[in-house]
Design a binder for this molecule. Structure first.
Ligand code: SF4
Ligand code: SF4
Length: 195
């Protein structure tokens, strides 16, 4: 952006610049319309009509370090790794982790979470909870972004079972399949909202 004192007289009176802006926006609009029409008749498929991603029909590939939806990691026997130390909840700047700890029968485990919930509407996906965890019990490596319109708004609060099930699904199917299922769910919801 130019400072006012660097502008020429024509730039300072704005009219030409406004017309130039309308010209740029208009030409982009016409170009995108033209390619959208070609796509409709099956032509020029290799040329993007616009920079926007047609979510949920089109996938944007996220970088490997993308901080996605959370999961609670598990031991080989399927038990949750979390020891209810509350460090993640303490580190969380959004105060969106709720834990209820109970004593474990296993003498090697002092406590485990009877209840572990993340309110994803409050979460800012900063990853501090993952950094704070001393036993690698919570991760954000699922490659999934939050569902923008789940069928039931209560699903925005992810409970322990959901977070554990995501770990099992990731182990069984891998990141790509997880994302494909997510896209399929979003496509179904868009076709039949509220179902
Ligand atoms: S990602 Fe950040 S805001 Fe979200 S639960 Fe973890 S610490 Fe809290
Ligand atoms: S997820 Fe990790 S940091 Fe959070 S309570 Fe469990 S063990 Fe502690």
């Amino acid at each position: 952006m130019k400072r006012r004192e660097e502008m020429t007289f024509l730039e300072r009176i704005y009219i030409l610049e406004v017309l130039r802006g309308i010209g740029i926006t208009g030409s982009r609009l016409l170009r995108n319309l033209f390619f959208h029409l070609l796509h409709l008749v099956g032509m020029a498929r290799g040329v993007r009509a616009a920079a926007s991603i047609q979510y949920p029909n089109e996938r944007r590939v996220y970088p490997s370090r993308f901080r996605g939806r959370h999961r609670l990691t598990l031991y080989a026997n399927g038990n949750v790794r979390c020891t209810s130390c509350f460090l993640c909840a303490t580190a969380c700047p959004a105060r969106c982790i709720y834990i209820e700890a109970v004593e474990a029968d296993d003498p090697h485990v002092e406590k485990f979470p009877h209840r572990y919930e993340i309110d994803t509407l409050l979460c800012i996906y900063c990853g501090y909870c993952v950094e704070a965890c001393p036993v690698d019990a919570i991760r954000m490596d699922t490659g999934l972004h939050p569902e923008v319109y789940p069928p039931d708004p209560r699903l925005f609060i992810e409970d322990k079972e959901t977070l554990m099930a995501r770990s099992r699904e990731l182990d069984d199917s891998g990141v790509d399949t997880l994302f494909e299922r997510h896209m399929k769910r979003m496509q179904d919801l868009e076709r039949r909202p509220g179902v």
